[in-house]
Design a protein around this ligand. Structure first.
Ligand SMILES: [Zn+2]
Length: 483
């Protein structure tokens, strides 16, 4: 386990995860985390420029000047994010017989957030500068006595609590009875309908409930592109285990499984760390916690937290609702509350991680001996928005266009494909920039020999492959490719 150099000093401000403590603690740690050796590998300017140019992410409502903390995913970004979510869902739900899916509503009964602690304690400390009137998160200030915007000293108000939940109202009456919140996390939807799920699915611990969905947090200072945002998507697994002494083993198994997941989709090991929380950093009821962090160009950023939360969440809902959410153990003839092991990952952050991690700027030497620069995204084939691009060598030769289009139509039901035509060198560069692992070229020889050129994105090697054998070739190349 990689350990943060300041873990012990950050520990003093830990709050329970569901009370927003993680953000406070992690961000504090991030501010002082040493920059890695990758800070020249890629900058956030490289990423944001590429994202806009190629259609991964755009500012939300850009024609009106944008809105801080909200982002849109473009034609390629929406597919990229969907692939990331599908990869999580496949590994966490589809490949397991002990995890079921769930999809709860965004707006829930307001008492949910009372029980979870969000109403009373989900806040950040906020200060205002009395001189320039700007507002800051207290824990973000480098110097708590000097305004970073106007430079005034001792100009801050006393820190005060700011609840991060977004409010809305239900129905036509604007009174307190109609007031509700957009959920700040998806987990509570699982807890409050926990009994319906396990009874209908006929499950008993150990078993899990998984959900991917939107959550909302009124971040005071959104930033770092799509990393700290006000509307985001979470993938959460709530895994319930009996209190029979195996809970820590099961916790470690989930940590190992999540580690394997990132590795299997090619995230560089040296830019990922699994930070084990100290007892001081964990909420009082939690038995263990591991944060998954990635080394972004600005420093370490949290992608996921894996936590052993004991019976805290179900206990809280049982206490406020008065409903019994316990299991009945047939063998022991008694009721018990299962322990909870949770994995909670941010899908926007993970999508950004795939983009940043895949990025490489290379200097390549052409056949003519001239060197040039290429930008390439080394996406895993399952993550790549486009898997196979098919080109016609010349756009003004109908037999080439027809041949290429026929191949693309054959491959389309099996792979994510794209057809294009024109200058092959330029087409390669474009596909490299969006991370397409394989490009096929239909040329004059193809008309004679029934073969196309297959070009590999990473090695830039080219191979002639029979058109009849393409499906098997591509399947083999993609399932065998590590990255
Ligand atoms: Zn100021």
């Amino acid at each position: 386990m990689a350990r943060s150099p300041i873990a012990s000093t950050a520990g003093g401000v830990a709050l329970p995860r569901s009370l927003g403590g993680e953000g406070f603690r992690y961000r504090l740690r991030n501010l002082v985390a040493p920059m890695g050796s990758n800070d020249v590998r890629v900058t956030m300017d490289d990423i944001t420029a590429l994202a806009k140019r190629r259609g991964f992410m755009f500012q939300s409502s850009e024609i009106y000047g944008g809105i801080n903390g909200f982002w849109d995913y473009g034609p390629l970004g929406s597919v990229l994010k969907r692939n990331v979510k599908n990869a999580w869902w496949r590994d966490t739900v589809e490949l397991r017989d002990d995890v079921v899916g769930f999809d709860s509503s965004i707006i829930m009964h307001p008492l949910t957030w009372k029980a979870s602690g969000h109403v009373d304690a989900f806040h950040d400390k906020l200060v205002d500068c009395k001189v320039c009137k700007h507002r800051f998160r207290f824990d973000h200030l480098k110097d708590p006595n000097q305004c970073p915007d106007c430079g005034s000293k001792a100009s801050f108000t006393e820190p005060r609590n700011f609840n991060l939940m977004m409010r809305t109202q239900i129905g036509p009456m604007e009174d307190s009875a109609s007031s509700a919140y957009l959920r700040p996390e998806t987990a509570q939807g699982i807890f409050v309908n926990f009994k319906n799920v396990f009874q209908s699915a006929r499950k008993k611990p150990p078993f899990g409930i998984a959900q991917i969905g939107k959550s909302f947090r009124n971040e005071i200072t959104p930033g770092n592109f799509t990393f700290r945002v006000r509307e985001f998507e979470q993938a959460e697994l709530e895994y319930f285990v009996p209190d029979d002494g195996r809970d820590m083993d099961i916790f470690q198994e989930w940590v190992a499984r999540r580690k394997a997941w990132y590795a299997s989709y090619g995230i560089a090991e040296e830019r990922l760390r699994f930070y084990e929380l100290t007892p001081q950093e964990r909420p009082h009821y939690a038995k263990a916690g591991v944060d998954v962090e990635y080394l972004f160009p600005w420093g370490w950023g949290e992608l996921e937290s894996i936590a052993h939360r004991g019976t805290y969440d179900l206990d809280a809902h049982m206490a406020l609702s008065g409903k019994d959410l316990r299991f009945f153990d047939e063998a022991a003839k008694q009721h018990y509350t299962p322990l909870l092991i949770e994995s909670s990952a941010g899908m926007d952050r993970t999508t950004l991680t795939f983009l940043v991690d895949a990025y490489e700027k290379q200097v390549i030497t052409g056949a003519d001996g001239k060197s040039s620069e290429r930008v390439v995204l080394h996406f895993h084939p399952q993550i790549a928005p486009v898997q196979v691009a098919v080109f016609a060598l010349a756009r003004n030769k109908p037999e080439l266009v027809q041949g290429a289009k026929r191949i693309e139509a054959t491959l389309r039901p099996l792979f994510r494909t794209q057809y294009d035509e024109g200058n092959i060198g330029q087409l390669y560069r474009r596909q490299d920039e969006i991370g397409t692992p394989y490009c096929l070229v239909f040329d004059y020889d193809s008309l004679e020999d029934g073969k196309v050129t297959v070009r590999d994105r990473d090695a830039m090697t080219q191979e002639r492959v029979a058109i009849d054998a393409l499906v098997g070739y591509l399947h083999g190349a993609m399932t065998g490719a590590a990255r």
